[in-house]
Design a protein around this ligand. Structure first.
Ligand SMILES: *[C@@H]1O[C@H](CO)[C@@H](O)[C@H](O)[C@H]1NC(C)=O
Ligand SMILES: *[C@@H]1O[C@H](CO)[C@@H](O)[C@H](O)[C@H]1NC(C)=O
Length: 379
């Protein structure tokens, strides 16, 4: 009885041992499998990395540098706009050359301070003008309004440079901030920065600018004031003068810079003859023409000379001139004329037109050029 008991106890103990053994075996096997899989994935990852690391290293370093610079300098998140496609291409090109040598031999690509500024006026299509100018291969344009000579001056010129796109030595960097022209201190700073700075100012029909600014300022206001109230009780209020008097601001600019370094263009010309406007900017900057007459076609319906949509460069042109280029016609600005304008009290309009006439006269005298502006019957 005792032996039976003993053997069964023994057998029981053996069974436990075997069981433990099996469990241990499974655990050990599992552990080894786990290690093995980890090693394997690591090895695969390593080999992948080795293949791409040479390519990626320079790209990473560069993009991190750019990202850091952007982070340091951009005040608000809404300033984080995509970089231009021209810029992207340039960065990629520099990476390709980085592959040959570890150190960037491509030192001819760098950020250069602007040699030309589009200084105004607000709500006159300066963005479209900058887009048009950027179609010249010798031009690179800053993506955003840097407001360096107004709000960001204390950040210093190295900050300003760091915000500029990469460019080749023979390329000209252009920056656009449309309220430089209305600030005397900005004009002083620009003059001190470079007294030979090329200055481009874009103007438009003052009544149209006034109405367009009114629409823009009151767009989202539930208790929208009527146009006359927004202007003020009298026509000679600040709100009105600010938008119709180009001459005073231009006079301030011309008092500081040589006349040949100040180019005044009109939004209406930009709209109906972009080729002429681009050509005058190119001449102003001493550049060869980008387009020939054959690249444009006159569109009777629009009353404008338009880009041929069949051009190989058309997608690029479209991108540069968004949102004003109609991609069906290749014309600029058809969207703008379709926008509704406020109805103006005839008596108020008459006073406004009389005031505008005086300021237009001053402007035309100053720049020695006339623009075909407001005919009252158009309104
Ligand atoms: C100043 O601007 C002129 C005109 O764009 C340019 O030729 C010149 O190189 C600029 N000077 C400096 C120091 O950037
Ligand atoms: C015009 O642009 C719109 C929107 O970007 C696009 O859907 C359309 O295909 C374009 N048309 C042409 C002719 O390129």
């Amino acid at each position: 009885m005792a032996t039976v008991k003993a053997t069964s106890v023994l057998r029981g103990a053996n069974a436990v041992k075997v069981l433990l053994g099996i469990i241990l075996g499974v655990l050990v096997f599992g552990l080894f499998m786990n290690l093995f899989i980890q090693e394997l994935t690591r090895a695969i990852a390593a080999s992948k990395e080795q293949v791409s690391s040479t390519k990626e290293r320079s790209l990473k370093v560069q993009s991190e540098l750019i990202a850091r610079k952007d982070r340091e300098s951009s005040g608000s998140p809404d300033e984080e706009e995509p970089r231009s496609s021209k810029d992207k291409v340039e960065e990629m090109e520099s990476d390709d050359e980085d592959e040959d040598e570890n150190k960037a031999p491509n030192s001819n690509l760098r950020r250069q301070l602007p040699k030309c500024l589009i200084v105004g006026f607000t709500n006159c299509w300066t963005m479209t003008l900058a887009g048009l100018l950027s179609l010249n291969p010798r031009i690179v344009t800053a993506e955003r309004e840097m407001r360096y000579f107004t709000l960001n001056f204390q950040k210093g010129s190295e900050w300003y440079r760091s915000m500029m796109p990469l460019s080749e030595p023979n390329q000209i960097t252009v920056e656009r901030t449309p309220n430089y022209i209305t600030s005397n201190s900005a004009l002083d700073r620009i003059h001190e920065f470079n007294s030979s700075m090329k200055i481009i100012a874009l103007v438009r029909d003052p009544i149209m600018r006034l109405m367009s600014t009114y629409s823009l300022h009151t767009r989202r206001k539930p208790d929208k004031p009527i146009f006359e109230h927004w202007c003020g009780v009298h026509v000679k209020t600040r709100n009105v003068l600010r938008y119709i008097d180009y001459a005073s601001a231009l006079q301030n600019a011309m008092a500081r810079f040589t006349r040949k370094n100040v180019l005044v263009l009109s939004k209406e010309d930009l709209e109906v003859k972009p080729h002429t406007v681009l050509r005058s900017m190119e001449e102003f900057l001493g550049l060869e023409p980008t387009f020939s007459k054959d690249d444009f076609v006159y569109n009777k319906e629009e009353g404008a000379t338009c880009f041929k949509t069949s051009l190989a460069r058309f997608p690029e042109i479209k991108e540069a001139l968004v949102p004003e280029l109609d991609n069906r016609t290749g014309c600029l600005g058809s969207s703008d004329t379709r926008r509704s304008h406020p109805n103006i009290d005839p008596e108020f309009l008459e006073k406004l037109l009389a005031l505008v006439k005086i300021h237009n006269g001053r402007l035309f005298n100053l720049i020695n050029k006339k623009f075909d502006w407001t005919r009252p019957d158009d309104l």
